[in-house]
Design a binder for this molecule. Structure first.
Ligand code: ATP
Ligand code: IP8
Length: 247
């Protein structure tokens, strides 16, 4: 069915090593690319920032009111994100996809992103590749996160499937990296009883969870899957599936 639309978010925690500035995880990116290349129908790929976005955002205290330092900082972050996008695009190209990079800051018209051009390319058979980006908003420099891009696209397109790849097996009762007793939640419909930390410039898992729940209003199936084991997408709907389904 050519008309189905899949949205994919490649999380910064899996395509980069988040604690080391500009450290790209080529192998994980390639592994994800190999799996999603088999997806049929239209696809849009969004990637996050990881250590190409969040390290300098923290250092320059972005978002915030524009001054000379934040202007330089955001210019550097935008450059780093474009550089990361090129690396992701190369991996997608190597796996037979036809990505076309759109810098989301360039899509803003009167304070809102206009997706007309990326969608035009999608209809022509390309795979638009978008990324979390810094952008100027009146007198502030803001961040448009990959998760917000996913939500805005879901509102616009009502995709049949939305997949978030991150570096954990799914949503847990607590941060699995900090709490060894945290349990994986296979199916989730609200955020009750879940402790989610929000460490980075765009809110971390705390905001991601509310975005995932909001996505479900506009998208068919929504999943959070460990991008270090992207072959798990092949088990969606089966008993062996490991990940979180948002219901
Ligand atoms: P980016 O925002 O750079 O694109 P990402 O989308 O991959 O990255 P993060 O914002 O880094 O995702 O969120 C994933 C992290 O959230 C995990 O590495 C995990 O340590 C943390 N986390 C906090 N609370 C939870 C929770 N309840 N369940 C699962 N992960 C959690
Ligand atoms: O990693 C934010 O996107 P995210 C990217 O999806 C920047 O939250 C520029 C920090």
């Amino acid at each position: 069915m050519q008309d189905t639309i899949t949205l994919v978010k490649m999380g910064g925690s899996v395509i980069t090593r988040k604690n080391s500035y500009r450290n790209f995880s080529r192998r994980h990116t390639d592994d994800i690319a190999a799996q999603i290349a088999a997806i049929k129908g239209y696809m849009i790929i969004v990637h996050g920032g990881g250590s190409f976005g969040h390290t300098k955002s923290r250092e320059y205290s972005i978002p915030g009111v524009i001054d000379d330092s934040k202007r330089n900082g955001s210019s550097l972050i935008h450059y780093d994100m474009l550089d990361l996008s090129l690396k992701v695009a190369k991996s997608l190209l190597n796996h037979g996809l036809a990505p076309y990079i759109f810098s989301t800051s360039s899509l803003f018209v009167s304070g809102k992103p206009d997706y007309t051009t990326p969608l035009y390319y999608m209809k022509k058979g390309y795979t638009p590749l978008l990324f979390g980006d810094t952008y100027v908003d009146e007198n502030r420099i803001s961040i448009y996160s990959g998760d917000s891009i996913m939500l805005d696209l879901a509102r616009l397109l009502h995709p049949s499937r939305s997949i978030f790849f991150s570096d954990v097996d799914g949503i847990f009762t607590d941060d699995p990296k900090r709490n060894p007793d945290a349990r994986l939640i296979p199916r989730i419909h609200d955020n009750h009883g879940i402790r989610a930390t929000g460490g980075d410039a765009t809110g971390g898992m705390k905001l991601k969870l509310s975005t995932l729940l909001a996505m479900k209003k506009h998208s068919g199936e929504v999943y959070l899957i460990n991008g270090k084991f992207p072959e798990r997408i092949r088990y969606i709907g089966k008993q062996e599936f490991i990940g979180t389904v948002i219901e």
